[in-house]
Design a protein around this ligand. Structure first.
Ligand SMILES: [Zn+2]
Length: 133
């Protein structure tokens, strides 16, 4: 097994991309998973619809299929964005996931999400140097 990195040839944008999984909520209850193209964000409703690179033939999606997309964002999903993850690194040139060793976007959602701890409070106590006698 190679883990959760699944390569697809996206039926919507045609790119070779990775498959992303997102939890789907109805209200606050998790009801399943969505499968999302990491390149264009196209949502596959079930695993059978996913055009895996090593396996099934790529599917062609029609406009009707696209409009059937349902976008659900539960509050928890927002909080799982890369920008809140402790593996998310920003520098002047890129946004980087130190866990997956690849470029990410602040709005990406990752199943390896680890919440970033709140910034540490700087100790306010002044450090007194021992004075010479
Ligand atoms: Zn795509």
């Amino acid at each position: 097994m190679t883990g959760s990195k699944l390569e697809i040839v996206c039926g919507a944008c045609g790119a070779e991309a990775l498959l992303r999984r997102e939890a789907v909520y109805e209200g606050f209850r998790k009801t399943g998973e969505r499968l999302i193209c990491s390149a264009c964000g196209h949502v596959y409703d079930s695993e059978e619809e996913v055009p895996f690179k090593h396996g099934e033939k790529p599917r062609v999606f029609t406009e009707a299929d696209r409009s059937a997309e349902v976008k659900i964002f539960a509050p928890e999903e927002h909080a799982r964005n890369c920008r809140y993850c402790k593996n998310y690194v920003v520098n002047p040139f890129t946004q980087w996931c130190s866990l997956h060793k690849r470029d990410v976007e602040a709005t990406d959602v990752c199943d390896k999400f680890t919440r970033k701890p709140p910034p540490p409070k700087k100790p306010e106590a002044p450090v007194k140097k021992p004075g010479l006698p």
